[in-house]
Every structure is written in C-alpha cells, then in structure tokens.
Write a protein that binds this ligand. Structure first.
Ligand code: ADP
Length: 636
C-alpha cells in the first residue's frame, strides 16, 4: 500500500521534533495522556447531552509497557477517531498557522535555537507528534463511538504514514509506541520501566480526572506461609491507579507549589515559558466556582491579529464543556489563559443558551474583578514585573478603554502606566496627580515615536523647564485612550503639542498677545501661502532653541492624524495644525525683514518652516522634492 506523505510543513516540523536535542523527551507521555483524557471528555459530554447513558466511572486510561517487545501502549475508551479524523488529525501537524510557522522557521529548521524550537512546537499543538521523540514507529488503532469499523494509522516518522482497517472490539484508541533503541548519549528503555512511568504520571498528569492505570509490582505475603514460619513474600502484578484524579484547581492553594501551577500551565496551554502570574480562586456564594488563570509572559504569536480567540476553558463539575468560552473574559483581559469550573452550570447546556446564562454572566463579572485585583497587586508590589507585563499586553488594556467609549474608564484607568519625564520611568496617573505642581490643573502629555524623540520636541523642552511633569505616549493607541478617559481625578489631559496649552503668567500672556498683533500682517501672508495646511500661524514665546513648532487646535492632534492615516482603512481626518514661530529666534527678524522687502522669498520661507515643523514632529513632509528645491533655491 502506498505511503501517504505528511504535508510539507508537517514533515519539516516532525524532523525538527525527532532530531530535537530537547532534553524533556519525557513530556510525550503527558501529551498522549492528555489527548486520551480529552477524548473521554468528548464522549462523556456527548453521552450527557444526548442521553447515551454512559457513566463516568467507565472511562479509564491504561498504560502497558512491554520490555520484551520494546513497546509502550496507551489505551483509552474515549470517543475514538474515524478514518477521516485519523487522516486529518494525525496527517497534518500545523493545523493552524502553518504559514506563520514557515515564516518563523524559514527554510533551515535546524538553525532555530532549542528553546525557541520547542516554543514553536508548543504553539502549534503538536502534542501527539512528541511520541516520535521516543518512538521509532507509532501505531494508532482507533474505533470511533457508534461505528463498527476500526482503522489503524502507522508511521515510522517523517517519511509518511499508512492507514488500513483493523480489528478492534471496543470504542476508543490504542496507541503503541515502538521505543527507540538506546544510543551512546540517550537512554530510551527507561520509558519501559514501570516506576519511571508511574513517576511521570504523578509529575505531569496527576490531576487527570480519569484513572490512569498500570500493572504495578507489589510484594505479597505468600498464602501458604505457616504461622510459625518466617513470612515469605512474592512479587505479583496488580493493576493500580497512578493518579490522584483531583484536578489541580480543586486543591487548596496551600497544597500547591509554584512548580505545580507552572507545570500545569505549560502542559495545558502549550507554552514553554513560565507565566507571569497565577490567579487561583475558589468562590462560594452567589455563584460557586473555581478558577485557575494565568497571565502569559509572551503574547501568543497571533495575539494582535483577528485570528486570536480569547476565552477560558469551561468545566461543569470537572467535565470540560467548552474549550474556549469567550464570554468569560472581557476583551481588555483577553490575554488571560485558564479555566473555570462550576457546579452551577448544567452539563448539557448548549452554546447558544450559555451566552444568556445568568450564572455565566455572574462568573464572568467575578473573574474580571479578580484579574483586575491581581494586576493591581502586581502594580503596587512588583512594579518591575508589572512593567514587563505592560510592555506585552498594556496596549490591550488601553484598547479596552478606547473601544468601550467610556464604559471601562473607572475599571481600567488605575491600571494605566506611562513613562514620566520627572521620574524617568513608568508612572501611574494617580502618582502623577499627587506630584502635580501647586495650581496645576491639567495632566500634560506628549506623543511621539520614542521617548528620546519626544524629549527633543520644542514644546516639551519649555514645559520641563518650568518644572512640569510630562507623560510620554509612545504607542499609537495612547492618545486615543487618554482622550476617551477625558479626565482623571477631575484633571483634564492636555497635550503639550496642542495650541492652547498655556503655562505662562499674565505678563507673558500680554506680551504674546502684543507680539501677535504687531506681526499681524506678516502672519497673514504666511497663512495665505500655507493655505489649508494650517489652521493658523502664530508668534510664540514658548519655544526656546527651536525656530518653529507645530501644534494643533482641535481634538485631533497631529500625532493622532499620523496614526489614523497609517491605518489600512483610509482615513482622511486632519488635525487643525498651528504653526508657531519663535519670536526670540533670529529667523523671526529675518521674516520681518522679508515682509518689508521681499514677499516672494517670505513665502518660500513660510513653506520651508512649515516643513521643518513637520519634521520635528516626526511627520513626513508633504512634498519632499518641492521642499528640497526650495531649500536649494535659498542656499544657492
Ligand atoms: P492537540 O491535542 O493539541 O489538538 P494533537 O496533535 O495532540 O494536538 O492531536 C491532534 C488531534 O488528534 C486531537 O485534537 C484529537 O482530535 C485527535 N486525537 C489525538 N489523540 C486522540 C485520542 N487518543 N483519541 C481521540 N482523538 C485523538
């Protein structure tokens, strides 16, 4: 029979896995056990919702090592796989995102460093294939529930697989691993040792809710021993359940170590990196549930794409009823991974009904509160850790404020942190407000691409000199988020790049007013030359060393205009830009001179100065070649 080939990416991934020098080959067992457990969950769930009358006690996993044959067999009586499912589930590895995988790994898979290698493998849920880390050949025999036929999938690794019919009496799956021969550096026969297997089950799969059974040796008193003889023992094989079957989330916090929590996370959520934090709740009262949630250290590869699906696993009394329940997590906490188990939810509830379920809504509310309180704790007590978290997921929280049109302001505003000019590190809004100068009514911020870039903005320079603290906004969403907030503790947010920010005293104000009146005609000529590009041209006293700066007079800032115009959906929203000219700069005298003597050159100056102001803001000039030729005109 012709061998079928694995899909190209699968083949590459499989080779990578087989040849991986990864030391944790032992994880193959937990992967296979976890698949078996899922298969039994599926059948049990089907039985509950379709009244098939199966009882939970019937389900079990068996592990059978055979040293003579060199095989390790794992059986389950779960839902099984049809021929098509064998093909679909085991014939393709990177079911999702095979393209992304290609991009990440490139053509030469072997140059990927080990850790990254494994985290790539983890991301694609290739659990089953880990069997090839220890086996030279794998046979999967499976009989799906309700079918008379059984099929057998056989593969010796990356060169393909075959599927044939086979005899199998009972529903479920038998996986037989032909364990690799030992090499000089690597022992594989340890995976045929009962004590080793037992320890692996304890270490990784203790919480599995179905019994994992294996024949274990035990010493027994010989039956025919006479009372007066010295007792004699004999070794017998006895089937033992290896796991305690208590799900980790049902245990008490005091019984669990960080390692327990982290191992469970890595296994369950296919992450090779430890999580930033764990949230373990057991709540009784209005709703009764246990939740075990994690904040990952790294964002999943698809996190900021629309393919990413948020959600927590949902269990009803220990049986998984939904792999990803999106209704349990608000969008602004969509990065949280974990599960919720509640007795208050009925097992055979349909997805549609679940959406309107009052219990579920109550749980979701409580889950949100709990995540927030954990984050607040981290913000207060572990600032550095929080900053790392923020770097990865902060944008999502800010989107949460922006997207909810104010509804989440109260809930999320105290989680925000921004870089502060005064502190030279991240600060909360509350901390900013407590440091505000006497009489300061507004919270100042400046937006730009990087902290260094913002630091050199002319407007920032002046405010900093006067002793005001400025928040630096470097992410696209930042300014939109603050605008949505509007106020924090009754203080308004104010961009230092806006035209009406004013920190001058009365004398200075009068001076500026007069300077503008005196230069009225000059400014009018410049405004006329610039036309629609600017809303106004003004004389300014707020600039120190720079000749000009650009501010905006409407709600939309120049930075926001930049963000919007970069969006894929074309957006023509324009900021009302104001060109401000430094009256103390020599260029201002030059302008006055030109106004009197050569209006044509004054217009060229107006254009050039406007473009320079754009450049200082980090915005591309409108017409670079025109700009350059005007510069040359002046230089020659
Ligand atoms: P994952 O478990 O992350 O989906 P795997 O490669 O481990 O990835 O398994 C692929 C699929 O094969 C599973 O999603 C499941 O549908 C099917 N499968 C694997 N093992 C079994 C089993 N013992 N019984 C039934 N189906 C199984």
């Amino acid at each position: 029979m012709p061998k079928k080939q694995f899909k190209a990416e699968s083949k590459r991934l499989l080779e990578l896995m087989i040849n991986s020098i990864y030391t944790h080959k032992e994880i193959f067992l937990r992967e296979l056990i976890s698949n078996a457990s899922d298969a039994m969950d599926k059948l049990y769930y089907k039985s509950m919702s379709e009244n098939l009358g199966l009882s939970r006690g019937e389900f079990e996993i068996n592990i059978i090592p055979d040293k003579q044959a060199g095989t390790l067999t794992i059986t389950d009586n779960g839902i099984g796989m049809t021929k098509e499912e064998l093909e679909k589930n085991l014939g393709v590895i990177a079911k999702s995102g095979s393209l992304d995988f290609k991009e990440t790994v490139g053509d030469d898979a072997h140059i990927v460093p080990q850790d990254e290698e494994m985290s790539i493998i983890g991301q694609f849920g290739v659990g089953f294939y880990s069997a090839f880390m220890v086996a030279k050949k794998v046979i999967v025999q499976s009989k799906p529930y309700g079918s008379e036929e059984a099929f057998m999938w056989t593969s010796e690794g990356s060169d393909g697989y075959t599927i044939t019919t086979c005899e199998k009496e009972t529903t479920g799956t038998i996986i037989t691993l032909f364990i690799k021969d030992n090499t000089d550096d690597e022992r594989y026969d340890e995976f045929l040792e009962r004590y080793r297997l037992k320890n692996l089950v304890k270490k990784y799969s203790d919480y599995i809710r179905y019994p994992i059974k294996m024949e274990m040796k035990s010493s027994k008193l010989k039956e025919d021993t006479e009372d007066n003889e010295t007792p004699e023992y004999e070794d017998t094989l006895e089937i033992k359940t290896l796991n305690s079957m208590v799900p980790i989330w049902k245990k008490n916090k005091s019984e669990l170590t960080d390692e327990d929590y982290n191992n469970f996370y890595k296994d369950k959520f296919n992450d090779f990196t430890e999580p930033v934090t764990v949230i373990h709740d057991k709540t009784e009262g209005m709703v009764t549930y246990s939740a075990l949630m994690y904040i990952p250290k790294k964002a999943p590869f698809d996190y900021y794409t629309k393919e990413y699906e948020k959600g927590l696993q949902l269990y009803s009394s220990g049986v998984m009823i939904m792999e990803k329940c999106g209704d349990l997590l608000p969008d602004h906490f969509s990065f949280v991974k974990g599960l919720v188990d509640s007795e208050d939810l009925s097992l055979n509830i349909s997805r549609e009904m679940l959406q309107h379920d009052r219990q579920l809504k109550a749980i979701a509310k409580s889950v949100e509160r709990s995540i927030k309180s954990q984050l607040t704790k981290m913000l207060t007590n572990e600032r550095e850790k929080y900053c790392e978290f923020w770097e990865t997921f902060g944008a999502q929280v800010k989107f949460g404020i922006y997207n909810s049109f104010g509804a989440n302001n109260e809930a999320l505003q105290d989680l925000l942190i921004f870089y502060s000019s005064a502190e030279q590190k991240q600060t909360t809004l509350d901390e900013y407000v407590t440091r505000m100068k006497e009489g300061q009514e507004e919270i100042y911020y400046a937006a730009g691409e990087t902290i260094t870039r913002i630091d050199t903005l002319p407007q920032v320079e002046t405010l900093k000199d006067k002793g005001y603290e400025i928040l630096y906004l470097i992410e696209n969403v930042d300014e939109f988020c603050l605008q949505m907030l509007g106020l924090y503790k009754d203080k308004q947010f104010k961009s230092v790049q806006s035209a009406d920010v004013d920190v001058s005293d009365d004398d200075e104000k009068a001076e500026i007013k007069k300077a503008n009146e005196d230069a009225k005609d000059l400014l009018a000529v410049m405004k006329e030359e610039l036309g629609d590009k600017v809303a106004d041209v003004r004389v300014s006293k707020r600039l120190k060393s720079h000749p000009v700066c650009l501010t905006s007079s409407g709600v939309l800032s120049t930075q926001m205009e930049k963000v919007l115009s970069a969006m894929p959906v074309g957006n023509n929203a324009k900021a009302d830009k104001v060109l401000e000219i430094n009256s103390a700069h020599p260029i201002f005298e030059k302008l006055q001179f030109l106004h009197k003597n050569d209006e044509k050159v004054l217009k060229v100056y107006a254009d050039i100065l406007y473009n320079q102001a754009l450049l200082i803001e980090g915005i591309p000039v409108d017409n670079p070649s025109d700009f350059v030729s005007k510069m040359c005109e002046l230089m020659s």
